[in-house]
Design a protein. Structure first.
Length: 476
């Protein structure tokens, strides 16, 4: 059996987004010849080859390598004997790495409420019709979709997906398969206008129109499946956690994606994220959406995420929640973190006490640089800001500050009091946002310590958390 796939011989090369496929016509090996039609055997030299293997058959008269879902839907399903047993309604595929594998097709049934299913192993040819083995009608069963399977038409076509490379929400207009010796694999998603025109049979007409009137040829906008994250229900997304590519997207871009989705999809995507990614994304998300996302989680799930947020962001979020919900989350949080957040909640949001984080590093003046480095390596992961190391006495009064650079360059036996800068710029708990912004702009610091009326260290304000306040002073 030889399949005809679409192959651009005239360009000698294929290049698709997200796929390093690259081979030429001259690299093909002729395996058969019939009159004016020659057949060549090409091996894919990209990551598809070793993963799903095999050779691809291509024709120089009717060059076709890939098959679109729109080409299969509605096709007659005919046994080798010529007996018609139905029409293709949908295609099922199993989530396997790196490309989903087609497992079967479904037919509409007037006798059954559920569609009928036929395993893909029965398929012999896809030329004019979907030709299946003799007596395949006897193998028809009521569809029983497995947890790891998708209905490509119902679950993906005309639905939204996330393009993790472009960090955008895209609409699926068509799907593209690649046939190998191991089966039919879903390899690309078509998000372009040509995908829509192909489905209604107007792709050739649109090509003629665009080239004739505008001297422009419409091209397929294909995204490799490896760069796609489907937006399914929370349970089904969790089943696909191994393929969840959303964590590869920058949290700020992921926050934009969440804001583009409807409530149902937004919750599904957010709840599929790992705790750390969810926390980082939440920090970048609009406050109203933050509240919506956390409200849809139980207190235990919400506390796990909020514990990973910076303390000021966590306090701001909890302050925006209904008091009962916030109290329930605080009760589930680790005691020390909960107490720190409660401390921040006592201060107005736009004052230093409400903006600061209590996660910082401080040392007594008499310890050595080497001793401080040992502690720093052990504790740095749990501290919001490590660039500045603060020096305090037994009563936590602020004595000086050392930059991380100075600490690293200092001799291991040097005492911190010998290298600390005693000219410390600090803020009071009740300093307002304009004062804080002026300090950041004037002294070009990335963090400023906050002290009480007795100069006892209370926390530090990080520039990142004050960006909205500082931006006007930076001319933005």
């Amino acid at each position: 059996m030889i399949f005809h796939y679409q192959f651009l011989f005239q360009s000698r090369r294929i290049k698709l987004k997200g796929v390093n496929t690259s081979f030429s016509y001259n690299e093909a090996t002729e395996v058969s010849s019939q009159k004016s039609q020659k057949y060549f055997c090409l091996k894919i030299n990209d990551d598809i080859g070793p993963k799903i293997g095999g050779f691809i058959m291509a024709s120089n008269r009717e060059p076709q390598i890939f098959i679109f879902l729109s080409d299969l839907l509605g096709k007659k399903i005919v046994e080798e004997t010529g007996k018609l047993i139905g029409h293709v309604y949908d295609i099922t595929a199993e989530f396997v790495e790196p490309y989903p594998l087609v497992t079967g097709l479904t037919l509409s049934s007037t006798q059954k409420k559920k569609p009928l299913f036929l395993a893909w192993r029965n398929v012999i040819d896809l030329e004019k019709n979907v030709t299946v083995a003799a007596d395949s009608a006897s193998e028809l069963t009521v569809l029983n979709l497995q947890a790891s399977e998708l209905l490509l038409r119902d679950d993906l076509l005309d639905k939204q997906i996330v393009d993790t490379d472009g960090a955008k929400v895209r609409r699926v207009n068509d799907l593209q398969f690649l046939e190998t010796k191991n089966g039919l694999h879903l390899v690309h998603v078509d998000v372009g206008f040509r995908g829509l025109s192909r489905r209604v049979g107007l792709d050739r007409a649109m090509d003629v129109l665009s080239e004739g009137l505008f001297d422009y040829k419409l091209s397929d906008q294909l995204i490799s499946w490896k760069l796609v994250q489907p937006l399914l229900s929370p349970d089904r997304l969790r089943l696909n956690i191994a393929q969840n590519k959303l964590s590869q997207i920058h949290p700020a871009d992921l926050a934009d994606i969440l804001e583009d989705l409807d409530i149902k999809q937004r919750n599904a995507v957010f709840q599929s994220l790992d705790v750390e990614t969810a926390a980082e994304t939440l920090e970048e998300t609009d406050p109203k959406i933050q509240v919506s996302l956390i409200t849809n989680l139980n207190s235990e799930e919400a506390s796990d995420i909020i514990e990973e947020m910076s303390l000021p962001d966590a306090a701001d979020l909890l302050g925006d929640l209904p008091s009962a919900k916030a109290e329930g989350i605080l009760n589930e949080m680790e005691h020390d973190i909960a107490e720190d957040v409660k401390e921040l909640l006592l201060h107005p949001e736009r004052e230093a006490g409400g903006m600061m984080t209590t996660s910082y590093l401080s040392f007594p003046p008499h310890i050595t640089a080497g001793e401080a480095m040992v502690v720093l390596r052990r504790e740095a992961e749990d501290v919001d800001m490590v660039y500045y190391i603060y020096i305090t006495d037994e009563e936590e009064r602020l004595l000086g500050v050392i930059t991380l650079r100075d600490l690293i360059l200092a001799d291991a036996e040097t005492k911190l009091e010998e290298i600390m800068d005693q000219r410390v710029i600090s803020l009071k708990l009740d300093d307002k946002d304009d004062t804080i912004a002026e300090h950041f702009a004037k002294y070009a610091l990335t963090a400023i310590p906050v002290v009480d009326e007795n100069d006892r260290m209370q926390g530090t304000i990080i520039f990142k958390n004050l960006l909205d306040v500082v931006a006007p002073h930076l001319g933005k």
